[in-house]
Structures are given as structure tokens and as C-alpha cells.
Design a protein around this ligand. Sequence first.
Ligand SMILES: Nc1ncnc2c1ncn2[C@@H]1O[C@H](COP(=O)(O)OP(=O)(O)OP(=O)(O)O)[C@@H](O)[C@H]1O
Ligand SMILES: [Mg+2]
Length: 267
Amino acid sequence: MADRLLEIRISADYPNKPAVLDDCSLEIGRGEIVGLVGKSGCGKSTLSLALLGLLAWRGGQVRGSIRLNGRDLVGLSEGEMRKLRGREIALVLQSPMSALNPALKLGTQLHEAWKAHSSGSSEACNRAVGEALENVSLPQEPAFLQRYPSQISVGQAQRVLIAMAILHRPPLLIADEPTSALDIITQSEILELFSKVSRKLAMSILYISHDLLSLASISQRVAVMENGAIVECSPTMKIFRDPSHPYTRQLIRALPVIPQVFAAPAR
Ligand SMILES: Nc1ncnc2c1ncn2[C@@H]1O[C@H](COP(=O)(O)OP(=O)(O)OP(=O)(O)O)[C@@H](O)[C@H]1O
Ligand SMILES: [Mg+2]
């Protein structure tokens, strides 16, 4: 890997449970999109929360090292992690409507997200919000910012959350099942948006999903997790053409195929 941004080697557990992450290792390059796939309960969200220093909120704890730009995040205080969240690592979750505050206008929420890490003028804030909205292809006019979450679609809400996540141009974005609440067309639009944002802002993305096909469409490499460990991490093409781990082969065999009866006749 040319230029490494993130290097993880961790184990994690919750009280009275065997380790959920068991010597889990992963590297992400600068500007790279890495897809993380694995079955429900294998530890994907535990890994994303551990990266953000949020596992304690679920009652869990982490051992090992999480190196971001060479700095180990394990053991940082809550105050130090708070400065880092949103500015160096941002998170986009699955349910956009529950992640937005229903009682606050979109503009207020975007401005608050900006002020969490910047103390510049209101012009600078408006400029940053405008650029973020433009990057996620949302209207930049005041009327849109005056709306409440209930007045926009779920797809637009996910775009607002992505705008919030990229507001401070963090080098790393974690997207944990960001499209599973969306219809299939909106899903593909949001996937394309992640890809565009990564290219434009040179942002690395850890893209977590059950859905190997959609994840593969935007990832340069795919990491496969089984029982809290990464069992294979390879370039996307290799995962499909020459999977090396039995679990990866099982995943590929389980992919849906269009039944022959629906295939277009040869012309
Ligand atoms: N607060 C908690 N206390 C105890 N066990 C937990 C807690 N949160 C998660 N777990 C357990 O840790 C394991 C991993 O959970 P995690 O949410 O990381 O899985 P996941 O891969 O994200 O699953 P999904 O694809 O369904 O989102 C599961 O067995 C889950 O039951
Ligand atoms: Mg999860």
C-alpha cells in the first residue's frame, strides 16, 4: 500500500462474553475505499465503534492499537477522542432519520456540526456548509436549510448526514450499513456519492455492509470478517476471481444470480 492512513490490530469484548473482535487486523490507505463484509453479529459495528473510541458506550473495551496517521488512538482520553471525532474520523450510520434531531432545522444541525470543531466566522460556516451540500448534490438555498428532517426524504436525510460527516474533511469516513434503510435506486445513488466524495476529497472510507455486490462496486479492496477476525483482505477483483478463504468462497457462492428464465434471449 502506497500511503497508509490507518493500521488496526485490536481485540474487543463486552462484559461476560468471549472476545467479539479477536486479533482483528486491517490497514487502509490514504484515499482508499475498503469494504468490510461479514455476517450479522460477526463484529463489524464493534470495529467501527472501537475506531471512534465509542465502545465504552456499549459497555465494551478494546485492547491493541489503532494507528491513525501514525498516532495510536487506543488509550486516548474521552476529551482527546472528542476533538478527533468528526474532524479526523467521521461516521455515517444506517438510519438517517434517527441520526438527525427531529426538532431542529437542517441548517441548525449542519451549523452545529461545523461549530463543534471550528470557531471561524458565520461566513466561513456558511461557506463550509454550502460546499458540503454541493458535494452531496443537495440544494444550497436557504429554504432547504429551513426544513425539518420530517420534511425531506430518507435519501435526502442520508445525504444531509454525509454532508455533516464531510464538513471538516476528515481523512477517514466510516460508513456502517449506510444504505440498508434505502430503496435500491437511492442505494445506488448514495453508493456513487461515497465514491465521488472519496475521489474529490481524497478521503479514505471504511464501507461496512452485508451486501458484497454493492460494496464491491465502490471498494478498491474488500475485507472479509468472520467471528471477529479479518480472514481475507484483497483487491476487489481478486475477492471474486480468486477468493482464498473458505468463508469468502461461501459468500461468493451465496450471491444472487438472475435465473436463466429471465435472461434476455440471444439476438
Ligand atoms: N452492548 C453489548 N453487550 C454485549 N454484547 C454485545 C453488545 N453489542 C454487541 N454485542 C455482541 O457482539 C457481537 C458483534 O456485534 P456487532 O454489532 O459488532 O455485529 P455486526 O457485525 O455489526 O452485526 P450486524 O451486521 O447485524 O450489524 C454480537 O454477538 C452482539 O450480540
Ligand atoms: Mg452492525
